[in-house]
Design a protein around this ligand. Sequence first.
Ligand code: SAH
Ligand code: SF4
Ligand code: F3S
Length: 454
Amino acid sequence: MNYIEKIRNILQDRFTETPKANVVTFGCAQNENDSEKIRGLLSHIGYSITDSIESSDMVVYNTCAIRENAELKIFGNIGKLKALKAANPNMIVAVCGCMVMQQHIVDKIKKSYPFVDIVFGVNNLEVLPQLMCDRYTQDKKQILSPIDKTDIVEDFPILRSGKSKASISIMFGCDNFCSYCIVPYVRGRERSRKPQDIMAEFRQLIADGYKDITLLGQNVNSYGKNLEEKIDFADLLQMLCTVPGEYVIHFMSSHPKDINKKVIDVIRDNPQISRQIHLPVQAGNDRVLKEMNRRYTIGQYMDIINYARQQIEDVSFSSDIIVGFPGETYEEYLDTEKLVKDVRFTQLFTYIYSPRTGTKAADMEDNISYKEKTVWLNRLIKIQQNIVFEHLNSYIGKTVTALVEEKYEDGSYTARLSNTFVVKFNSDSDFTDQFVKLKITGKKGTSLTAELLK
Ligand code: SAH
Ligand code: SF4
Ligand code: F3S
């Protein structure tokens, strides 16, 4: 609070108009949730938040380290700030997030991007006001090396981007150390927020009119493990569902080794919980899964899918898949194709394996060329496209509930089903951010078309 007052005074001295800040997210939903907190903090300090980089006095890049192409894209974007900063010397450039939790990246920024003023990581967003003060008063760059910090700061101001959709981080970090993944190294050890704090945030969102809430964690199914209180993810879901109101709850990500029948039963018994479950499988072959340190077999994965199908009417699954993990053979890749055809996911996020410095897989032998892996990826994408078309077709004639997202000038709307399919319909009245009942009439491209019922 001390630093917030200080920085407010500095800004008053330096700016005649309200200063503007731009916060850009390059990573996942958790990263975007962090960006909302950074915007909340900057807005609390007195900045007006803008989408335009050119007119900003403060630019924050919230970065991601998950794959090499994410990092390359971010460096490209940081590079572009050089000219903007030359045109506006008052501009402060801050880089935070997962990518700068790696010392070699911080060193590279220091060496090759000297116009970057501030660097801080992921678990200490609250240091930003102090770094800004020091940057202004000492006229010296504030580049923090990665800090391993595990306590959770509650009551952070948060400026949410959506009016009907919002996310709640229920836990931070990851302890799983999948052999390809950088997240445990950059986000630190797993820790859960207290259920009372999550409940309070959830109640407030519902009271504020939010209707689509996503609970976030790298592995939500291990929620509660480090808490004194005896509570697991199924208990938390059940508790949130006691809050009255019209809303839908999503959660991500689930880890197949930790999701259990109790969670499926809670979903079954609470219609407010989305009927689409995100269950990243990563690969369709048991040897590859073992090398990935995923700690489940395809048999176990299918057992939980089949149990959910027995228990929950209309359940569907989305997933993440990596092709070309070191040592994966063509035959083993074909097992992934088979799995995708068997499960018929409604949504699939597919990636080519990217070696990450410091992870176990980065030292494994990798004999398949990038070109070959691209062929595999494209085959998988094609298979999945056909599956999505079949899913879309199966909706024609059905009545559905969807949350309206956007209204266009010609009176048309887009709405979203809880499995993320987009539905287009027309109406003269305003239904933005409300649930509507629709009858699906057809398919257009990758969306559905519908008539409004209610
Ligand atoms: N905690 C989540 C995943 C977070 S990262 C989970 O376990 O499901 C999101 C996805 O990125 C992963 O599911 C994986 O498919 C992909 N991914 C992670 N590391 C990767 C790497 N090194 N190369 C390619 N894809 C990767
Ligand atoms: Fe990465 Fe595995 Fe943790 Fe997901 S569960 S964040 S893939 S280490
Ligand atoms: Fe998310 Fe990227 Fe970090 S996927 S957790 S922002 S490495």
